[in-house]
Design a protein around this ligand. Structure first.
Ligand SMILES: Cc1cc2nc3c(=O)[nH]c(=O)nc-3n(C[C@H](O)[C@H](O)[C@H](O)COP(=O)(O)O)c2cc1C
Length: 177
């Protein structure tokens, strides 16, 4: 049994993260894509009307996986809308899953992410991890917005206890199955 990582990324940060996690966890990787091209305007509309945009079908052999890791950005405290669509459509399969994001970071955000996942899926996530760029970027970079995370940034961000515990749990589980 394996881990599957399903990710959505608008500007590349969560794609970098998802690919990196796939190596750490020796997991399979699938990207959520959309039939319509996305720009900032569509993000604003999705946020404003709390929409569930259409996404392209993913062919997933759910029985092959014991753990699903969802990776997506956060937009105005909300899980990126294409990922919300994915969760809503596939909630019956999301019994053992975690949510990981590479985001700017905001206070009380984790609770809000948990509340959204509780509403969207039938089960709670095993783990939520936020890798926050606010922990290392300068105020000037933060003001400019849309910070592009580098591999070095990511390596530094991953040096947190919660991520090590996560790896221990899921790599250890993989070995026993
Ligand atoms: C419109 C918009 C709203 C955002 N709102 C939040 C937010 O509420 N909380 C947060 O932590 N990050 C927020 N961010 C930052 C993104 O989550 C962050 O830049 C992320 O790394 C982008 O991921 P991507 O490159 O995979 O698309 C926002 C970004 C955009 C574009």
């Amino acid at each position: 049994m394996k881990t599957l990582i399903v990710y959505f990324s608008f500007s590349g940060n969560n794609e970098l993260l998802a690919k990196d996690l796939a190596k750490d966890l020796e997991a399979d990787l699938l990207q959520i894509t959309e039939p319509k091209k996305r720009g900032m305007f569509r993000i604003m509309l999705d946020m404003l009307f709390n929409r569930f945009p259409r996404i392209n079908e993913l062919n997933i052999l759910w029985n092959d996986y014991h753990h699903i890791v969802l990776v997506a950005p956060i937009w105005n405290y909300i899980i990126a809308h294409p990922m919300k669509t994915f969760i809503k459509k596939n909630k019956e399969y999301l019994t053992n899953y975690s949510f990981i994001t590479l985001c700017s970071g905001r206070d009380t955000q984790k609770e809000k992410i948990m509340a959204q996942l509780r509403k969207l899926a039938d089960y709670e996530p095993k783990v939520i991890i936020e890798f926050e760029t606010r922990t290392f970027i300068t105020p000037e970079q933060e003001r400019k917005g849309a910070y592009k995370v580098t591999q070095e940034d990511l390596t530094r961000l991953k040096k947190v206890d919660i991520y090590h515990k996560f790896l221990e749990t899921y790599i250890a589980k993989k070995e026993t199955t």
